[in-house]
Design a protein around this ligand. Structure first.
Ligand SMILES: [Zn+2]
Length: 275
């Protein structure tokens, strides 16, 4: 059938992810980088996207399933297994230089991009080889634990509405039922023209010509529902302040919002990281 690809519709993928608790359900696996396996009937027999005949598996176990390692009964059983309390994964993007784009603004050689009071929320650390690693803490008024990234390793408690992390390993997107949202994505751009093409709605100035290419861009979006903090695709909104199209280089802190200890404790239900 023309136009009917092997990749399922968005709502089918969401259902398949949710029923396995956002991790591969094969015993001792739990890999969060999921793909879509058609088993009843197999794709070669019929091109369909009926979720009851499909299951979310990691690439390795999907390949085994394609070769009949699992019976249909076993796959149906795996679809109804309990979910893990959290899933973990890792960004393997490690570069000496990273251009960070947060809430429509660019930061270069600026280790702390966003800090609330004494708590860094979006920042870069570096390992022994000098590679830059992404870190993220998510303020929330929900009182519930939230997704976090520590030195490129991410962890997501699975009481989420949606967790998207394709096997290419360059993005995760997390959505919560209270409206909290978070997305982190890595990409490489070969030159300044490609950077401008990637962000056609941004005014990217002459600064872009002087950066070391090819350059990795790490982009973070965040909405903390019920607060006045929003880092959207095109601008940053902190209270009544709107910031967009800025380029900051060699800064101590990109955006530092002062809040008192009581507010901090309410926004980070788990112990915040030491600053
Ligand atoms: Zn697996």
């Amino acid at each position: 059938m023309a136009g009917f690809g092997r990749d399922p519709y968005r709502d089918v993928k969401r259902q398949l992810r949710q029923e396995v608790g956002f991790g591969c359900p094969v015993a001792d696996c739990g890999n969060p980088y999921l793909t879509w396996h058609h088993f009843d009937p197999p794709w070669r027999v019929e091109h369909h996207h009926r979720p009851e005949g499909m299951i979310a598996l990691c690439l390795q176990h999907a390949a085994q399933a394609d070769n009949r390692a699992f019976t249909d009964e076993q796959l149906r059983d795996l679809k109804s297994r309990g979910r893990a309390a959290s899933v973990e994964g890792r960004f393997n993007w490690m570069r000496q230089e990273v251009l960070t784009r947060v809430g429509g603004n660019f930061y270069f050689r600026t280790p702390v991009i966003f800090q609330l009071g004494t708590v860094p929320c979006i920042w870069l650390s570096s390992d022994e080889q000098g590679s830059l690693l992404l870190n993220f803490r998510m303020p929330t008024v929900s009182g519930r634990p939230r997704a976090s990234i520590t030195d490129n390793f991410w962890s997501v408690p699975t009481d989420v509405e949606e967790l998207i992390c394709p096997p290419m390993g360059r993005l995760i997107e997390v959505r919560y039922s209270n409206g909290d949202r978070f997305k982190a994505e890595f990409a490489e751009v070969p030159d300044a023209a490609a950077l401008r093409a990637k962000y056609p709605r941004s005014r990217i100035g002459a600064w872009s010509e002087g950066l070391p290419y090819p350059l990795t861009v790490a982009e973070v979006w965040e909405t903390a529902a019920g607060t006045n903090i929003e880092f959207g695709p095109n601008d940053s909104e902190i209270g009544s302040l709107v910031i967009r199209d800025c380029f900051s280089s060699d800064c101590g802190a990109g955006i530092h919002v002062d809040v008192d200890e009581g507010q901090l404790a309410a926004l980070f239900p788990e112990a915040p990281p030491a600053s």
